[in-house]
Design a protein around this ligand. Structure first.
Ligand SMILES: Nc1nc2c(ncn2[C@@H]2O[C@H](COP(=O)(O)OP(=O)(O)OP(=O)(O)O)[C@@H](O)[C@H]2O)c(=O)[nH]1
Ligand SMILES: [Mg+2]
Length: 385
């Protein structure tokens, strides 16, 4: 059930699919949005350091995996939209590549878009979600500097802090310390106070003591301007956290239920406004990009360090067109994987072709769930120096 039909039954939500046909996807993206009465909209930019779980969160919110996810950094290479339409509300999610620096782009031969794209995406947002991987000790000792810069450059966009991967943290009370650290002890203009939920009976009623904070940080919230000069950047560099978050969430993006809480928060935060897309739209990615990204996800997941980053993909059917061969009961997709070194080619193929067969099998299954039809994915591996 989609569009009006779905809205007629308030409790029903069936996540849409991505048309496998490029033309169909394009016309869906251009289709006039089916505006309900009292339409509401919220554009959410999900930002964070590489590997924080941004794409995992977007997939969970959408109810379908349309963004590639892997344990390696820089899985997402350009920004993409996910569209979640529920009842009269449309949430547009901007999945961004992990914010990174010019040096790292150069060092890892990454696309320049990794640097530029997140900023342009964030500018249009109504809400910024800063995702932090709390299982990474370094990442939760201070906010990533690139993230901090992004927050400082968009002082008028409300931001929330989401601590992710709490399932990997054994001592849950550590989450409170992390919150205090990453918010400079301030949330929504108030000092946060930490107290045990169950007080021992002998505990005297007393004023909650504010967290032990550097008072200079608390008393002088950072003045933020876009186009920061060197001094402002240095000041920002000396900060561990951001004192202007509106709210803080602690969750595990792999757990659907905890993500639901965040989804409800978004639905409540949505403001009256016209929808930007038809309710059947799930993502603005081209079907072939979804395919390329999912294949890269498998390469990143199963091949060692630099190998996946050096593989290029070419659609076998044509040089410029995504030309899937539609057969009855599914589609056939042919993709060539090019490696620069013979040793890499051998690794991608694997012993007796097992590696490439596994990648084709798993990526094909993922794509079947995206396009909602059977996908027979055929991969071939070639050397191209
Ligand atoms: N245990 C656990 N793992 C998680 C959670 N959220 C994400 N992950 C894992 O973290 C890794 C990175 O997730 P991604 O969603 O690719 O992270 P990302 O922020 O989009 O990464 P980039 O696109 O590279 O910037 C994957 O292996 C996920 O399965 C979580 O809540 N718990
Ligand atoms: Mg990602």
């Amino acid at each position: 059930m989609k569009g009006k039909e779905a809205r007629a039954n308030d409790n029903y939500h069936h996540p849409a699919s991505v048309p496998a046909d490029q033309g169909e996807q394009l016309s869906l993206l251009l289709r006039q949005p089916d505006q309900p009465d009292n339409a509401k909209i919220l554009k959410v930019a999900i930002i964070g350091a590489p590997n924080a779980g941004k794409s995992t969160l977007s997939n969970q919110l959408l109810g379908r995996k349309v963004f590639a996810v892997s344990k390696k950094v820089h899985t997402t290479r350009s920004r993409a939209l996910g569209v979640l339409t529920e009842r009269d509300t449309q949430i547009i999610l901007l999945d961004t590549p992990g914010l990174t620096t010019a040096q790292k782009v150069k060092r890892h031969h990454l696309e320049k878009s990794l640097l530029v794209d997140p900023w342009t995406a964030v500018k249009e947002a109504d809400l910024m979600v800063v995702l932090v991987d709390v299982s990474d000790r370094w990442m939760c000792s201070r906010l990533d500097f690139e993230v901090m810069k992004c927050l400082a450059q968009h002082p008028n966009i409300p931001a929330i802090l989401v601590l992710n991967k709490v399932d990997l943290v054994k001592a849950k009370d550590r989450l409170l310390d992390i919150t205090a650290q990453l918010t400079c002890g301030m949330v929504n203009g108030h000092r946060i106070r930490i107290r045990p939920v169950i007080k021992p009976p002998w505990a005297k009623k007393r004023q909650d003591t504010p967290l032990d904070m550097d008072s200079s940080v608390l008393d002088n919230p950072v003045e933020t301007k876009s186009g920061m000069n060197k001094e402002q950047l240095n000041e920002l560099r000396s900060q561990l956290g951001w004192p202007n978050f509106k709210d803080v969430f602690m969750l595990s993006c792999v757990d659907k239920e905890s993500v639901e809480t965040l989804k409800h928060y978004f639905l409540l935060a949505a403001k009256p406004g016209v929808w930007q897309y038809h309710s059947e739209v799930l993502t603005d990615q081209r079907p072939e990009d979804v395919c390329t990204n999912i294949i890269r996800e498998k390469l990143l997941e199963y091949l060692p360090e630099e190998v996946p980053y050096s593989v290029t993909q070419v659609n076998n059917n044509s040089t410029s067109n995504w030309d899937t061969e539609e057969e009855e009961g599914g589609i056939d997709i042919f993709v060539k994987l090019y490696t620069k070194k013979e040793s890499h080619m051998k690794m991608v193929i694997g012993v007796a072709g097992q590696m490439v067969a596994r990648i084709a099998q798993e990526a094909g299954e993922d794509l079947s769930r995206v396009y909602l039809q059977e996908v027979r994915l055929k991969l071939s591996v070639k050397l191209r120096k």
